[in-house]
Design a protein around this ligand. Structure first.
Ligand SMILES: NC(=O)c1ccc[n+]([C@@H]2O[C@H](COP(=O)([O-])OP(=O)(O)OC[C@H]3O[C@@H](n4cnc5c(N)ncnc54)[C@H](OP(=O)(O)O)[C@@H]3O)[C@@H](O)[C@H]2O)c1
Length: 260
């Protein structure tokens, strides 16, 4: 834990921290002694989380409402911070469900802004300072939905593929500065977002947000990709290494067709 704080502290920026996995990341980081900058749109939820964390851990917290789709505002906020950000956890995502023909252009732009543009440019912003300090970490949330074409969430899946492939390249580039980059390729997580979208019972291998946050943080510094959970690792192996691509997409289609 002390090593983690030395390597990735003193402050972590958690983007998309108001509930679910983002809140679990925040608490797991507080447990490791990192101070927290928590951003999302819903300030009341962020403030409740900050209060909860302050009651349990001796760390400082800053809660700030920001729309990550507005990168100008995000950049202004981050560049004005005096706190030294040693870790970025980019957790936020926008995942409208529906067939491409029914998704509006505005929604498609929002996917690009929240799931691709913001993690990309925030990584640029924080890594510039990490390179000067020769330490730090970047965690990007990806998804098994990005490991093959995913009908009904095709654009979301592709945006998650961007994050894992980007993280792999960046992992290699930044290791010479002792900066660790990791994509967490999660399967189903029992977050409020997932529960809203899931019509039927949880998918096999569904994990709690706490478990995904722990597995991910434990994997930081060990390689470019983590797939939390044994069932998910197995699914990834079969979908990507064993089955023909067409089969993998059909299996995904069966899994996503009931999402609403
Ligand atoms: N849940 C799953 O089954 C699953 C599976 C694989 C991967 N993942 C990945 O894990 C991550 C978390 O998933 P989740 O289910 O917890 O997602 P979520 O419920 O949709 O919310 C994630 C967080 O992001 C914030 N957020 C969303 N849009 C934002 C915006 N425009 N500006 C600022 N904050 C924004 C939300 O807060 P506000 O609404 O307050 O802004 C919330 O705190 C995502 O990257 C997702 O792709 C999830």
């Amino acid at each position: 834990m002390t090593d983690f704080k030395t390597k990735y502290g003193p402050w972590a920026l958690v983007a998309g921290a108001s509930e679910g996995l983002g809140a679990a990341f925040a608490e797991a980081l507080a447990e490791r002694g990192l101070n927290l900058i928590l951003i999302a749109r819903r300030l009341d939820k962020l403030e409740d989380l900050a209060q909860h964390i302050s009651n349990l851990y001796s760390v400082e917290t800053i809660a700030h409402s920001l729309d990550l789709a507005d990168f100008k505002a995000v950049k202004t906020f981050v560049t004005q911070r005096k706190e030294s950000i040693g870790l970025l956890v980019y957790n936020a995502a926008y995942s409208p469900i529906g067939y491409f023909e029914n998704i509006s252009e505005q929604s498609l732009e929002q996917i690009v802004d929240v799931n691709i543009k913001a993690p990309l440019l925030l990584s640029k912003l924080v890594s510039t300072r990490m390179i000067e300090r020769k330490k730090g970490g970047i965690v990007l949330m990806a998804s098994l939905a990005g490991a093959q074409g995913s009908p009904k969430i095709a654009t979301y899946g592709a945006s998650k593929a961007f994050n894992s492939v980007f993280a792999e390249g960046l992992w290699n580039e930044l290791k010479k500065y002792q900066i660790d980059v990791l994509a967490s390729c999660a399967g189903a997580i029992s977050t409020p977002g997932y529960k809203n979208a899931q019509n039927t019972k949880d998918a096999p291998g569904t994990l709690s947000p706490q478990r995904v946050a722990e597995d991910t943080l434990k994997a930081l510094g060990k390689g470019p990709i983590i797939i939390p959970g044994f069932t998910n690792k197995l699914a990834y192996f079969f979908m990507n290494r064993v089955f023909p691509r067409k089969w993998a997409i059909s299996i995904m289609d069966k899994n996503t067709k009931d999402l609403t």
